[in-house]
Design a protein around this ligand. Structure first.
Ligand code: NAD
Length: 256
């Protein structure tokens, strides 16, 4: 379905980004995966994707906290048809204790990078006459939780930017949408489990059910494959008239 297309997925040497890159490769797209590190294992991941799915795959190191590296990633990638803005980090603290440097970093990586990569990619999409921009926002782009001020702010910002870019590209064959996952069991979420177990004196299963999935009515994590499948759907002809909207993959969280 996507052969001949080139996809760039930011923050894709792990978790949701890697799942999305694999699903797009499975559909035939060539892929560029990315993170800020430049280790042999990062490049090996690209080789694995290339051999598993029979597509071209490259790893390009670029730090999404840096505006010029965001734009350089797009320039280095080539003719980008599909841009998946996925890189993200989290920090949890009450607002009066929230470190300013972490506020700035979360806003830069989770939100401003989406502006820079999109601004760099959209001109080429217009020229070539096709483009798909998919922003991995969050249920926290639509609702809030305490102690996640920077993350919630950044993800709401991504949803707003998604709508704006959709309107600016509405008459082009370009769409821009956001996927809003609830909890997905990735390294980002796994890292929160030990501290939460200690904080509440709970075992792992209780933390997962009573704390992490407390607001996810299905009581199940979404999977990276499901987020990848939704991304592929938004790149399919069935989604040609879907733009400027959010697709929740949250087990009913935002229906509450
Ligand atoms: P993860 O930690 O597994 O992946 C984050 C990715 O971003 C990694 O590949 C990491 O290397 C990369 N990254 C971090 N800082 C970067 C930087 N400065 N430059 C480039 N890349 C950088 O986490 P994940 O859960 O897969 O999260 C991926 C995205 O999905 C994030 O935007 C996150 O907010 C969003 N999300 C996750 C969940 C969840 O429950 N896991 C839910 C909703 C939204």
């Amino acid at each position: 379905m996507l052969s001949g297309r080139l996809a760039v997925v930011t923050g894709s040497n792990s978790g949701i980004g890697l799942g999305v890159a694999k699903e797009l490769a499975k559909q035939g797209a060539d892929v560029v995966i990315n993170s800020f590190t430049d280790r042999p294992e990062d490049h090996a991941l690209a080789s694995e994707i290339a051999s598993e799915f029979g597509v071209k795959a490259r790893y390009i190191a670029a730090d999404m906290s840096d505006a010029s590296q965001c734009r350089q990633l797009i320039a280095d990638a080539g003719a980008v048809d599909i841009l998946v803005n996925n890189a993200g980090i989290q920090h949890v603290a009450p607002i009066e204790e929230f470190p300013t440097d972490l506020w700035d970093r979360i806003i830069a990586i989770n939100m401003s990078s989406v502006f820079h990569t999109t601004a760099a990619a959209v001109g080429g999409m217009r020229t070539r006459g096709w483009g798909r921009i998919i922003n991995i926002a969050s249920a926290h782009g639509l609702t809030a939780s305490p102690y996640k001020s920077a993350y919630v702010t950044a993800k709401h910002g991504v949803v707003g930017l998604t709508k704006t870019v959709a309107l600016e590209t509405a008459e082009d064959p370009i769409t821009c949408n956001a996927i809003c996952p609830g909890y997905v069991l990735t390294p980002l979420v796994e890292a929160q489990i030990p501290d939460t177990m200690a904080q509440y004196g709970m075992d792992r299963e209780t933390v997962i059910r009573e704390v992490l999935l407390q607001r996810q009515p299905s009581k199940q994590f979404a999977t990276t494959q499901q987020i990848g499948g939704c991304t592929a759907f938004l790149c399919s002809p069935a989604a040609d008239q879907i733009t400027g909207t959010t697709l929740s993959v949250d087990g009913g969280w935002t229906a509450l």
